[in-house]
Design a protein around this ligand. Structure first.
Ligand SMILES: [Zn+2]
Length: 383
């Protein structure tokens, strides 16, 4: 039961019954026991971003937020973000610094450690209470080795054992995952994916990736690269991709390809500027985003046929375009997925914005801090 609360954040007694298969009466007894031992507390559903669903809001159970603290670290392009949070994923302090994350891994790790010292000091958190750190990287992570799984996607990080390096520097257990998986975790537990059991999170920005949730859990695949939809083939005669293949989805719909299309007419734009212009009504920028959305929709339709998700949550900086992106994406899903799968899926915008991956790193570490946390739990309940 504790594992369910750790992994899913705030859950109702009904959620626990569904996930664990335990009888209501058993859950009721266990909850009282855990509340008495101060491991689990009750709170209302004030953070339900999905809005009211009718009826009385359920009482939610969370870990006692004060039972420990966790760190989240995100290595993005071109910024490092660090946060310290309680066990209910509430950020107590955060900091960020700009740096070229792709190139020099050692320098990035040093900066990250400085930012960690900074947030711990500002939040007034005792180091002894830290249970671990969750880390997000903008590249595929090999789940067995903890290393970046592709030399062409994060060249400065090849051969670096991120987990070991950070565990040595921080003196804490470290869990690492890629940005799309962490975005999926954050949206599942805290954002637009709440309550979903089968879900895909699409991250559309400088790169394209997906985080897949199957049976309420993040699905990483055999080696941690599940959901790499950015490198799904769209046209085998298409442009050469950074992965070495050609005609991948990224060569048609990642921000670099879109900005290149606008170069002759608009000069050098940033992704944020292109999205802002599109929202203001610039026809060329809207057109480029709509075309990209259609292509992403073709791949999303295949995902619907294969996994039959109930919800597709669209995040990443391109998602700031709102309906300009979601409309054509939905249209493609309707056109190319089988009707039974297309009818069953809702395509929605992510709720957590650019902090999704950092929040996901916090969700990851709370969910994985079993050694420290369950050790404490067993001591507390006398087993
Ligand atoms: Zn590729």
């Amino acid at each position: 039961m504790l594992e369910t609360v750790r992994e899913r954040g705030a859950v109702s007694r009904a959620d626990i019954a569904r996930v664990t298969g335990l009888a209501r009466s058993t859950i009721s007894n266990l909850v009282s026991e855990l509340q008495r031992d101060g491991l689990v507390v009750e709170r209302g559903d004030e953070r339900d971003v999905a809005g009211p669903r009718g009826g009385r809001p359920p009482v939610l159970l969370t870990l006692d937020p004060t039972a420990g603290a966790v760190l989240g670290l995100q290595f993005d392009h071109p910024v490092i973000r660090v946060a310290v949070a309680d066990l209910d994923h509430r950020i107590l302090a955060e900091a960020e610094r700009e740096l070229n994350v792709d190139r020099d891994a050692a320098a990035c790790l040093e900066v990250a450690v400085e930012l960690v010292d900074d947030v711990i000091a500002r939040a007034g958190v005792d180091r002894e209470r830290l249970l671990g750190a969750g880390v997000g990287l903008a590249g595929p992570i090999d789940t067995e080795t903890g290393r970046v799984g592709s030399s062409t996607i994060m060249p400065g990080w090849v051969g670096i054992d991120v987990v070991a390096e950070l565990e040595r520097r921080l003196g804490l257990p470290v869990h690492v995952d890629n940005d799309a998986n962490l975005g999926a975790l954050a949206e599942l537990v805290l954002g637009a994916g709440r309550g979903a059991s089968e879900m895909a999170y699409l991250m559309l920005a400088e790169g394209i990736g997906a985080g897949l949730v199957l049976g309420g859990r993040l699905y990483r695949g055999a080696g941690g690269t599940a959901g790499e939809i950015g490198h799904v083939l769209v046209d085998d005669q298409g442009p050469i991709c950074r992965c070495g293949n050609r005609g991948c989805l990224e060569t048609y719909a990642a921000s670099g390809a879109l900005l290149e299309l606008l170069r002759p007419s608009h000069g050098r734009l940033t992704l944020a500027r292109m999205v802002a212009l599109a929202v203001e009504g610039d026809p060329a920028c809207s057109r480029v985003i709509a075309d990209a959305a259609r292509t992403v929709g073709v791949v999303a339709a295949a995902l619907c046929n294969q996994f039959n998700p109930e919800r597709i949550v669209v995040g990443g900086k391109l998602a700031d375009a709102g309906e300009l992106l979601l409309g054509p994406l939905r249209e493609s899903v309707r056109r190319y997925a089988i009707p039974a799968a297309a009818d069953r899926v809702e395509v929605v915008t992510a709720a957590l914005g650019e902090r999704a991956e950092l929040l996901g790193a916090l969700v990851l570490v709370v969910g994985q801090s079993d050694r420290a946390f369950l050790g404490r739990a067993r001591t507390a309940v006398g087993r």
